[in-house]
Design a binder for this molecule. Structure first.
Ligand code: PMP
Length: 478
């Protein structure tokens, strides 16, 4: 789809980047400030999603920039396999305190893939989490080496590296790689009430059905073989901000406990304040054994992600070998840790998670009010400042659009191209390969967004959606 957003000219330095789309010139972002990013042709985009739900305090905060500079001047790098450093300790301390002591230790990962210049930190955190699960069962006083199997969910996303992709259930992103993915993974249904709970079924019955399905999967695999059940607390990129129904996580926690398996919650996208509590699991009445965090941890100021490790797993490692057999050259990088520690000091000191709750409630109600009745908006759902809009061809039957129309991407593109000098960033997600899910867009503004900025975001979102459906007229049923 042609776009006006790009700068057109791409010089040799830029084309050396192995970009996602090898045929298109990527638009070149040259600066950012607050809620906005600016391209080298002068156009300015309201970044209503903070990239991929990353920029949680907006762009260009001088206090974080100063913390990064100060850290770089003091200690740029040390190999944290052998040493610790104050910024890593500061960050891990803040992380553990933010769980009210429910978690015991944190592992921080910070790799950047230099070839593509894309950070892969969330995936790295998932890899570390999965290895921790395995190590836990090997370190128990009576080791359980048979536990090699992971159960995860369809229509989930846990990252792009092979291990994380294996537990992920995003059919589109797995496509082509299936034969080289881990074979010790199986998937059960996600908790997606809009798509999978018939009206006649109560929430409690739906929860029971999903818990029974999970239990049956444990039985099929052999409960003694299952290492962990892995799920996103609120599903991000794969479904578009889908929280579980009430009681779901308590029910799956009970299934894991019954069979002695670990519960791993992936909060790379939905965690660190995004949904209105520092950790999304706080709203579910459960505590995971292991949790991953990412995007909102560094707020975009540095590539960084982490694994929060609960007491059960920490104790086994402490009383066992006393070490975690895992490490990266750039893990717990002092500058990344300093950036993230400062981001989260700001969030705490300014009470920004409360602002997520207030502005998030307003965002959700305004989206429902302005778009709930739209004939091609099937569902508006979310939590905190994490909202998704799913598009359907037919509202009554919830029939998705044809995949080729790429409606989520079209809305995204219309948002970027809204006016000559500006637009809005809406994060697109595609429907399922088998045509059972609609395309969606995701909205995730920073935690310090104001009510009037929410008004603007919703107005621009509505304009982008209307522009997309104007384009599609002719392809649509009357
Ligand atoms: N888990 C979840 C829930 C995610 O949303 C993502 C990224 N979209 C990842 C893991 C992987 O993170 P990264 O892209 O930083 O590797």
């Amino acid at each position: 789809m042609p776009s006006e957003t790009g700068t057109g000219a791409v010089d040799a330095a830029c084309s050396a980047v192995l970009h996602r789309d090898l045929k298109l010139a990527p638009s070149r972002v040259v600066s950012s400030s607050g809620l906005y990013i600016e391209f080298d042709n002068g156009r300015r985009i309201l970044d209503a999603t903070g990239g991929a739900a990353v920029s949680c305090i907006g762009h260009g905060d001088e206090r974080v920039i100063e913390a990064i500079a100060a850290q770089a001047r003091t200690l740029d790098y040390c190999h944290t396999m052998f040493y610790s450093c104050p910024s890593a300790e500061d960050l891990c301390q803040q992380l553990i305190q933010s769980t009210g002591g429910q978690m015991a230790r944190a592992v921080i990962v910070c790799s950047v893939q230099l070839k593509t210049r894309e950070s892969i930190t969330g995936s790295e955190a998932m890899e570390a989490a999965m290895k921790l699960c395995r190590q836990y069962f090997l370190e128990l006083p009576t080791p359980e080496p048979s536990r090699t199997q992971f159960i995860a969910r369809r229509e989930s996303y846990h990252g792009t590296t092979l291990g994380a992709l294996s537990v992920g259930g995003h059919a589109g992103r797995r496509k082509g790689y299936e034969p080289i993915l881990m074979q010790n993974v199986s998937h059960v249904s996600p908790c997606n009430a809009y798509r999978n709970k018939p009206d006649a079924e109560s929430v409690a019955e739906y929860v029971d059905r999903l818990a029974e399905e999970l239990d049956a999967e444990f039985q099929r695999v052999g409960p003694q073989n299952v290492c962990a059940f892995i799920a996103e607390t609120v599903v991000g990129a794969a479904l578009g901000c889908v929280p579980a129904v009430e009681g779901y996580f308590k029910a799956v926690r009970a299934v894991c406990d019954r069979h002695g398996a670990l519960l791993v919650l992936d909060e790379v996208m939905c965690g660190m304040g995004r949904t209105g509590t520092m950790h999304a699991w706080e709203q579910e009445g459960v505590v995971p054994d292991i949790q991953t965090v990412g995007k909102g941890l560094g707020g975009g100021y540095a590539p960084i992600a982490g694994v929060l490790v609960g007491h059960r797993v920490t104790r086994a490692l402490e009383e066992g070998s006393g070490r975690f057999s895992h490490g990266h050259t750039y893990q717990a990088h002092p500058i990344s840790c300093a950036a993230a520690a400062q981001v989260h000091r700001i969030i705490r000191e300014e009470g920004l998670v409360d602002n997520v709750l207030d502005t998030g409630k307003y965002l959700g109600s305004l989206l429902k009010q302005r778009l709930g009745h739209h004939r091609h908006v099937g569902d508006v759902r979310g939590r905190g400042l994490f909202w998704g809009i799913e598009f359907v061809k037919d509202k009554a039957s919830k029939t998705p659009f044809e995949r080729e129309l790429d409606v989520g991407m079209l809305v995204h593109q219309k948002g970027l191209d809204l006016t000559e000098d500006g637009g809005i960033m809406l994060y697109p997600g595609s429907g399922s390969v088998d045509g059972t899910l609609g395309d969606h867009i995701l909205i995730a503004p920073p935690y310090n967004v104001t009510m009037s900025q929410i008004d603007l975001i919703v107005s621009l979102t509505v304009m982008a959606i209307e522009a997309a459906f104007r384009d599609l007229t002719g392809c649509l049923p009357n």
